[in-house]
Write a protein that binds this ligand. Sequence first.
Ligand code: ATP
Length: 471
Amino acid sequence: MFKLETIISLAKRRGFVFQSSEIYGGLNGCWDYGPLGVELLQNIKNAWWREMTFRDNIEGVDAAILMHPRTWDASGHTSQFSDPMIDNKTSKARHRADNLIEDFIDKMKKKKKNDIAEKIEVELEAAREPADFYNIIVNNQIPDPVSGTTDWTEVRNFNLMFKTFIGPIEDSSSAVYLRPETAQGIFVNFKNVMETGRQKVPFGIAQIGKAFRNEINTKNFLFRTREFEQMEMQYFIKPGSEQDWFEYWKEQRWNWYLSLGMKAEKMRWKVHNKLAHYANYAVDIEFEFPFGFGEIEGIHSRTDFDLKAHQEFSGKKLEYVDTVNGERFVPYVIETSGGVSRSLMAFLCNAYDEETVSDENGKSETRVVMRFSPKLAPIKVAVFPLVNKDGMPEKAQEIYQDLSKSFKSQYDTSGAVGRRYRRQDEIGTPFCVTIDGETLENGTVTIRERDSMEQIRISADKIKQYLFEKI
Ligand code: ATP
């Protein structure tokens, strides 16, 4: 297993991800996507959008990030969207109490102290209130990873929503929040979408958009950030059918990751025993990052919690009426809630590979290759003239310009062809087209495939068709 630093360094070096406001020293928990990063991000979002909304009964929305503040009272975020926070008095380091305990459990497991780890795991499972987390930390003498001391403050709950003010006056009546999840933008539009889309239960609403959480600790690169993007779908169903639909969406979502090249052995299910206030079944799809397994998507059965709450808080009926038998009910909801940026990081880790190959002189060298699914690869094809003379650049430009109309392409003339291949391997470009002397004679080019490194010769006018088939 390679290190997370290897991915971070490649991401920066090749223009996938930069620190936010880097020239000012960066802003904690925020990241910027560079030229290749936006392509990858866009490809993930497009793949999700196609997968979810290219169905008769799933519609899309794009709700505003700022929502009526009552939304968050109804959803429970104002009172419950908080994490337990603890400070170490010696180092002044601030931790999320549950994460501090989890890290300690992992440490115990690594030291083969499984009985201690298991005991604390049981305690953590049962913890609800700040005092529960505090007792676990103090009773088990969990030390601060920074100072090594057990000199702790009390545990307090910290609300993760970012607050701001709408209009010129900063008082409590103008307070609004940056949405901490996209889901509520879907619930408040349930009726609008159902009516305008003439949808009947079961049907779904999908949304991709930014969400903001003032996380206590941000760590592990894109895994836990303060600004991130989510891709969420709420599927409205008849009460009583939730178990079947839950199973259906679990399978759909698992297979989506596989269809984009995610390795099955790097994924696993996590079943939640401790459920959020709104859920009656919940599982996560986890991916094995260099620092261990972590959630990339949650599939939750949310009952009628959200619609009922919005009905109560808004005074507007959010019912479904079955036109055939006149039955009225507030639909139940199965939610699929994935992180775009977190899955981008998973796709980066999943794609990274190093192998020893021999260069054109037979000398062995290390090849870094991002084995992205061609569907996700930021650049689909690179075009190289073998040498910068004899009419090759002109011909290569002609081919490149034509391919650029259909695929995100790159043109590269610098250095030996072997070096140019390596540069493309490192960003995961699945195909490279080389124009050489033979191209000028008989109109054929070589296409080299990234993973096998095999080269075939085909007629230049067949390149597009070949790429469409492969991508
Ligand atoms: P965690 O327990 O890790 O804080 P969560 O269970 O609160 O996450 P959800 O509210 O279910 O997460 O969010 C759905 C998805 O949104 C997650 O699976 C993840 O991909 C993404 N996500 C949530 N919080 C963050 C974050 N701070 N940074 C990046 N992605 C996030």
